[in-house]
Design a protein around this ligand. Structure first.
Ligand SMILES: C[S@@+](CC[C@H](N)C(=O)[O-])C[C@H]1O[C@@H](n2cnc3c(N)ncnc32)[C@H](O)[C@@H]1O
Length: 253
């Protein structure tokens, strides 16, 4: 559960396919910059940054962006960004402390990996008094029946205990509340996402709870997914609705 932090599985396998995760909406970062009044003096910390998708998105709007992650495989995929720095750090072992207070913390699909006490301590000692913790996430919206079937197939390869831990604190609200942070703003952006069947197969191989088993059975997985989606392919492409959201939490003062 979130109080202890859920263990992240298969970072090595996941990293190979992470570029196929559902992207963050391209307007999310401009919207965040506006709401948070980001400027070239702003310093932002991306906790459990993975391949740096949030760090890279926010970097053009701030002076300094720092991403931390405990997986060197993930960090080996981060892009070169002039005002960003990436640091290997295991948040389940200790809070990240660089001696500076950041204006904001970003957490993308990773709240479940951060022990509650560690997050509370970091909010206390490394976040500006006026600073926000922003939880970001992208997901399929109103899944069509073929997408539900693909998801069901992935569940067959999933590690159940980890999945339950994640669902238990999926929204992160409880964790943040216990750190005395409350949701003050909410950005939700919806769009239609178009992709190839190959992209979808790679996407399904990118989830930490099922990556290892699915990759080991890749030929079968690919054939099954293609069977499910083939009636819905249009000009070689599939499309589905997706949503990106950012929940902005700040202190009660
Ligand atoms: C679902 S990915 C999210 C990556 C990124 N935030 C994004 O939105 O694209 C979860 C990330 O959390 C990282 N992670 C899991 N446990 C961690 C820990 N104990 N310390 C640091 N990072 C961790 C994983 O390595 C992985 O990169």
């Amino acid at each position: 559960m979130a109080a202890e932090g859920t263990r992240y599985k298969s970072a090595e396998e996941t990293a190979e396919y992470y570029e196929f995760r559902l992207p963050y909406h391209r307007k999310l970062f401009r919207a965040l910059a506006r709401r948070l009044r980001l400027n070239k003096r702003s310093q932002v910390l991306d906790l459990c940054c993975g391949t740096g998708r949030l760090t890279a998105g926010i970097a053009p709007f701030v002076g300094q962006a720092v991403g931390i992650d405990n997986s060197e495989y993930m960090l080996s995929k981060v892009p070169e960004i002039a005002n960003a720095q990436f640091i290997i750090h295991d948040i389940s072992k200790a809070p990240f402390y660089s001696g500076q207070r950041f204006n904001h913390f970003l957490i993308g699909a990773a709240i479940q990996y951060i022990p509650k006490d560690t997050l509370c301590e970091m909010i206390e000692y490394s976040l500006d008094r006026q600073g926000a913790v922003i939880l970001c996430h992208s997901w399929w919206y109103r899944s069509s029946s073929w997408l539900l079937s693909v998801n069901r197939l992935r569940q067959e390869y999933s590690d159940r205990s980890t999945r339950h831990g994640y669902v238990g604190d999926r929204e992160g609200d409880t964790t943040l509340k216990e750190c005395l942070m409350f949701m003050k703003d909410h950005i939700v952006l919806k769009s239609t996402f178009t992709f190839t069947p190959d992209w979808l197969i790679n996407n399904q191989l990118s989830y930490s709870t099922s990556a290892k088993k699915m990759i080991a059975d890749k030929a079968n997985v690919s054939a099954k997914i293609l069977r499910i989606v083939s009636p819905h392919i249009n000009n070689g492409k599939l499309s589905a609705e997706m949503v990106s959201e950012a929940k902005i939490f700040s202190r009660i003062e």
